[in-house]
Design a binder for this molecule. Structure first.
Ligand SMILES: Nc1ncnc2c1ncn2[C@@H]1O[C@H](COP(=O)(O)O)[C@@H](O)[C@H]1OP(=O)(O)O
Ligand SMILES: [Mg+2]
Ligand SMILES: [Mg+2]
Ligand SMILES: [Mg+2]
Length: 317
C-alpha cells in the first residue's frame, strides 16, 4: 500500500500546483459547460491529465475511473481551452494531453482508482474551496484515499493548503501541501448535548438546505453551521473542526445519485479518523454498483458520537 500512497500523494500534489496556478489567473474562457450543465475548467482537465499519466506510468494494469473525458476537447470549437491546458503543461503534446485525460475512462472492477480532478468546480470558479480527490478501491471498498485541498489552511496558516490521506486500517493523516511532516488526525469528541458544528454544501442545488436547517434547529443555539464546497467538508470533519456533515437529497432532483469519486476518498478519511459515514437511512455506503452509489440516498457523516441521534431525527417519520 505504501507504493500506492507515495505515487498518489505525488500525483495529487502536482495537480494541486497546477490548479493553484490556473485559479490565480482564471478568466471566463477557461471553462466549458458539460451536457449536464455543470462547469468544467482548464484546471479540471489538466489535473486529470497529470494524475492519470502518473498513475498509469506506475500501475499500468489498474483502471482509472475519472470524472472527466477529452471528448469535448477533441472538437474544434474548444481548441482554445485545449491550447490553454497546454500552457500549464508546457512539455506535453496535444495528443499527450488528450490521451492522458482519457486514461481516466476506465471501468470499476476488483481493483481500480477513482478520481475527481477538481471536486467542487463551482467553488473553484468562485475562488472558494475545492479538492482534488483520489481513491483506490478494492473489492468495492476504498482502501486508500487522498484529498488535496489547496484553499484549506493547514494549521491556521492561510498561505499553506492541506493534504490529507488515509489507508484502510492504518488511520488518517494530514500534512501541508508542498511537503512537511504527516500527523494523524482524529474526529471531535462532541456528543449530542454539546455544541454541534454542522457542514453543508454552498450550492443549494446539491443538497436540501431547508431540511438540513430543520434538523439543525433541533439543537437550538447549540447548532453552528458552515458551508464549504467539495470534499473539503470531509477533511474539516476528520480533523475535528466540525462534527456533522449533512448531504440530504435535493427534492427537485429525485433521480440524482451520488458519484463514487465524490465520496470514496473523503469517506475513508473520515472513517479512519474515527468517524462514521452512512446514507440518510444509516446504511453503509456501497461502492460496488458502478460509477454511482445506486444503493444509497443522501449522506450523513459524523464524528461517530452524533451518528445515531442524527439518523433518529431524520427518520422519525
Ligand atoms: N443534485 C445533486 N446532488 C448532490 N450532488 C450534486 C448534485 N448535482 C451535482 N452534484 C455534485 O456535487 C459535487 C460538489 O459538491 P458540493 O456541493 O459538496 O460542493 C460535485 O461533484 C457535483 O457533481 P458534478 O461535478 O457531476 O456536477
Ligand atoms: Mg469534479
Ligand atoms: Mg465532484
Ligand atoms: Mg463536475
Amino acid at each position: 500500500m505504501k507504493t500506492y500512497l507515495t505515487i498518489a500523494l505525488q500525483a495529487v500534489e502536482q495537480a494541486a500546483k497546477i490548479c493553484q496556478q490556473v485559479q490565480a489567473q482564471l478568466v471566463e474562457e477557461d471553462s466549458l459547460t458539460k451536457k449536464d450543465r455543470s462547469p468544467v475548467t482548464v484546471a479540471d482537465f489538466a489535473s486529470q491529465a497529470i494524475i492519470c499519466k502518473r498513475l498509469k506510468e506506475a500501475f499500468p494494469e489498474i483502471d482509472i475511473v475519472g470524472e472527466e473525458d477529452a471528448q469535448s476537447l477533441r472538437q474544434d470549437e474548444n481548441r482554445e481551452v485545449l491550447n490553454k491546458i497546454g500552457q500549464f503543461l508546457p512539455d506535453w503534446s496535444v495528443d499527450q494531453i488528450l490521451d492522458s485525460i482519457d486514461l481516466g475512462n476506465g471501468e470499476p472492477g476488483a481493483l481500480f482508482w477513482t478520481l475527481d480532478p477538481i471536486d467542487g468546480t463551482k467553488g473553484f470558479l468562485r475562488k472558494d474551496q475545492y479538492a482534488i480527490a483520489l481513491a483506490l478501491l478494492k473489492d468495492g471498498q476504498p482502501v486508500l484515499g487522498v484529498l488535496g485541498c489547496p484553499n484549506l489552511p493547514f494549521n491556521g496558516q492561510a498561505d499553506r493548503g492541506t493534504l490529507m490521506y488515509a489507508i484502510k486500517g492504518e488511520g488518517a493523516f494530514t500534512l501541508p501541501l508542498g511537503g512537511g511532516e504527516a500527523k494523524q488526525v482524529h474526529v471531535s469528541d462532541n456528543d449530542p448535548e454539546d455544541v454541534v458544528r454542522f457542514l453543508e454544501s454552498v450550492e443549494a442545488g446539491h443538497a436540501n438546505h431547508s431540511l438540513q436547517g430543520r434538523l439543525m434547529a433541533h439543537f437550538g443555539d447549540r447548532a453552528k453551521a458552515v458551508r464549504f464546497d467539495s470534499q473539503v467538508k470531509y477533511a474539516v470533519l476528520a480533523r475535528a473542526d466540525a462534527d456533522v456533515y449533512l448531504r440530504l437529497p435535493n427534492s427537485e432532483k429525485p433521480d440524482y445519485r451520488e458519484k463514487i469519486w465524490d465520496h470514496a476518498a473523503g469517506a475513508l478519511i473520515v472513517q479512519e479518523a474515527g468517524g462514521t459515514v452512512t446514507d440518510m437511512f444509516g446504511k453503509p455506503l456501497e461502492f460496488n454498483h458502478g460509477k454511482k452509489l445506486m444503493a444509497n440516498r443522501g449522506l450523513v457523516v459524523t464524528n461517530g458520537k452524533l451518528h445515531q441521534k442524527i439518523i433518529e431525527l431524520l427518520n422519525r417519520g
